[in-house]
Design a protein around this ligand. Structure first.
Ligand code: ADP
Length: 163
């Protein structure tokens, strides 16, 4: 059984992330989407809110699970009994950092391999930061995120968020 971990900030999940989740869930037996609890970044959404949005948009995939983690990624991967890390590659700008991370993780945990899925052309420009920036200026983000996520962003930015 091939279990993969797809880690990231997901602040919030975009259609680019969703595309990677959908495609990796078709290749792997199980995909654990892992939301990084990273104190050094100031996220718009709390880890719990990011996990909830991911759960809501992926609930129709029976082999996708959403969890949060802190600390070293390879420790979490081993805790999940997973052998694969999935990452998405957009432009060459992603490449150098991703290569370094994959190689380092492989040295720390030789039984863990990183698999890269190239971005869907439709979403190659898309990032959580760009979505937040557009939303902050009142722009239409419906082409970039799930409607449910668009609603949560709007609520967060207008202070009408019940959480
Ligand atoms: P991180 O801070 O770990 O880069 P992100 O949430 O920005 O977290 O991204 C998580 C993963 O999803 C990364 O592998 C990233 O390259 C990938 N990703 C982000 N946006 C897209 C996209 N539009 N298409 C494909 N992969 C993407």
């Amino acid at each position: 059984m091939t279990v993969a971990v797809y880690p990231g900030s997901f602040d919030p999940v975009t259609l680019g992330h969703f595309d990677i989740i959908e495609r990796s869930s078709a290749i792997m037996d199980k995909v654990i989407v892992a939301v990084l609890n990273n104190n050094s970044k100031t996220p718009l959404f709390s880890v719990e809110e990011r996990v909830k949005m991911l759960v809501d948009v992926t609930r129709h995939f029976p082999n996708v699970e959403v969890r949060s983690f802190g600390g070293l990624l390879v420790d979490f991967v081993q805790e999940c009994h997973a052998g694969v890390i999935v990452r998405g590659l957009r432009a060459v700008t992603d490449f150098e950092y991703e290569l370094q991370m994959a190689q380092t993780n492989h040295v720390i945990a030789p039984e863990v391999d990183t698999v890269f899925l190239t971005t869907n052309l439709k979403y190659s420009y898309l990032s959580s930061s760009i979505v937040k920036e557009i939303a902050m200026y009142g722009g239409d983000i419906s082409a970039f995120v799930h409607p449910l996520v668009a609603e949560r962003i709007r609520a967060k930015l207008t202070g009408t968020d019940p959480q």
